[in-house]
Design a protein around this ligand. Structure first.
Ligand SMILES: O=C(O)c1cc(=O)[nH]c(=O)n1[C@@H]1O[C@H](COP(=O)(O)O)[C@@H](O)[C@H]1O
Length: 238
């Protein structure tokens, strides 16, 4: 079986593009190889809900809507309700908004998988200390994960370095999503808590979020194919 005909791998490609045309080109190039495309704040704030149908049309894939909602419960409930009709496969909220806020999102969009972002993968221990969180990142991740699952979240976002720990704590039914994925030797950029795709898979991640290693590659389609093959070789169920 060649890479181009192999089944898609559980990778969400972060379409962090300046314009819709670029995002649609990337979406269509990666579509044969991955399961999901991710729309984040850059595209959504520029184009609004139309961007979701545009990248869905270009890729025919599920759209992960990464808006990282973080506000009082009533406001987050309203925001989740506002985007539920776009039928995203996943919608992110910040776990740090607290249990009532997470529950409000879950209840407002019952058909949407709400993913709670624990501690951003760009943050290291010094960053955490600056915002008043003392100790290793994994302690904060663990605490926020327990809070989010208790509030009804069925998915969590964490770094690959915390996946194994969370899996042992939340069991097999919660979807564990990991950004901070960097193939060996790739530029980390602004990411701190990183691991390779193979390590993320071995740790038990369900969905790997990968942006620049694919989208900034000379050939995003070929980069997605190669990453998908690495993920499959590492043993993920496809
Ligand atoms: O929620 C996310 O997707 C997310 C959470 C997190 O802790 N870290 C993180 O990098 N992300 C997103 O994952 C993507 C990572 O992109 P790259 O660093 O280019 O691979 C970006 O779109 C981020 O917004």
């Amino acid at each position: 079986m060649t890479e181009t005909t192999a089944p898609s791998a559980p990778i969400a490609v972060a379409l962090d593009a300046r314009d819709l045309e670029t995002a649609a080109t990337w979406a269509s190039a990666v579509a044969p190889h991955v399961s999901t495309v991710k729309v984040g704040l850059e595209l959504y704030l520029r184009y609004g809900p139309d961007v979701v149908s545009a990248v869905r049309g270009a890729s025919r894939l599920g759209v992960f809507l990464d808006l990282k909602l973080h506000d009082i419960p009533a406001t987050v409930a309203g925001a989740a309700r506002s985007v539920a009709g776009l039928r995203p496969s996943i919608l992110t909220v910040h776990a740090g908004g607290g249990a009532d806020m997470i529950r409000a999102a879950v209840e407002a969009a019952p058909e949407t998988r709400i993913a709670a972002v624990t501690v951003l993968t760009s943050m290291d221990e010094d960053d955490l200390e600056q915002v008043g969180l003392l100790g290793p990142a994994r302690d904060a991740v663990r605490r926020l994960a327990a809070l989010a699952v208790g509030a009804g979240a069925r998915a969590l976002v964490c770094s690959p370095q915390e996946v194994a720990l969370l899996r042992s704590e939340v069991g097999p039914d919660v979807t564990l999503i990991t950004p901070g994925v960097r193939p060996a030797g790739a530029d980390r950029g602004d990411q701190s808590r990183v691991a390779t795709p193979e390590e993320a898979v071995a740790a038990g991640a369900d969905l790997l979020v990968v942006g620049r290693p694919i989208t900034r590659a000379p050939d995003p389609g070929a980069a997605a194919a190669s990453l998908a093959a690495a993920v499959r070789r590492a043993g993920v169920r496809v």
